[in-house]
Design a protein around this ligand. Structure first.
Ligand code: GRF
Length: 202
């Protein structure tokens, strides 16, 4: 299986996925890391691992044109799975449709709560005692789509946006590689709004 990972910045989730794939010897190859920003720090890590990187510039382009350019690059890689890892772009319905059931994202909240940006602040403002992260299939509606896995942390009285983000990131680095692996092993089945995880029959 061929995996393409899209990033916009630091790329720590991408790094966790690359490292898990190496350590656990997945029957899959990360064929490209693509960024919409030339200065995304994560590109250097990918290069250091010998993974081809590409920059698809979004500046000055309409959403439609950018997504078409991106789709072309991804399809040249013959990707079976598109992994969004801190990819800070809203994708057009046409793009999402093209990769239906083979594009996944991680969002730093317990969906369906707190879609969009500033999720840690949203959680603090709402006064919730549990916060978390969600791995989900991407659909046309932002931060929706069938949920593959979630992890949660307790919100402590002295937590800030930064401390929540930092603690949550450690959980993200556990659940995201695990979810990608389940996909690679054909263990995820989308049934309407739900994802069934197939039992191991091997
Ligand atoms: C993560 O918190 C992820 O959940 C969110 O953006 C952040 C990206 O971090 N979508 P990184 O680039 O993977 O380090």
């Amino acid at each position: 299986k061929k995996i393409v990972i899209l990033i916009s910045g630091r790329g720590s989730n991408m790094q966790a996925i690359v490292q898990a794939s190496q350590k656990e010897q997945w029957p899959a190859q990360i064929v490209a890391v693509i960024s919409n920003k030339a200065d995304a720090a994560g590109l250097q890590f990918a290069q250091s691992q010998g993974i081809p990187t590409q920059v698809v510039e979004s500046k000055g382009l309409t959403r439609e044109v950018f997504d078409q350019n991106l789709q072309q690059v991804i399809d040249q890689c013959q990707a079976d799975l598109v992994v969004l890892a801190g990819f800070m772009r809203i994708l057009t319905p046409a793009f999402v449709q093209h990769y239906q059931n083979r594009i996944i994202n991680i969002h730093p909240s317990l969906l369906p709560s707190f879609v969009g940006l500033h999720t840690h602040q949203q959680a603090l403002d709402a006064g919730v005692k549990l916060h978390g992260a969600t791995v989900h299939f991407v659909t046309a509606e932002l931060d929706h789509g069938p949920i593959i896995d979630q992890a949660c942390i307790r919100v402590l009285s002295d937590d800030t946006e930064q401390s929540l983000a930092q603690r949550l990131l450690e959980k993200e680095h556990l659940i995201y590689p695990r979810a990608v692996r389940l996909f690679i092993e054909d263990k995820l089945e989308v049934q309407g709004d739900r994802v069934l995880i197939k039992a191991d029959t091997s």
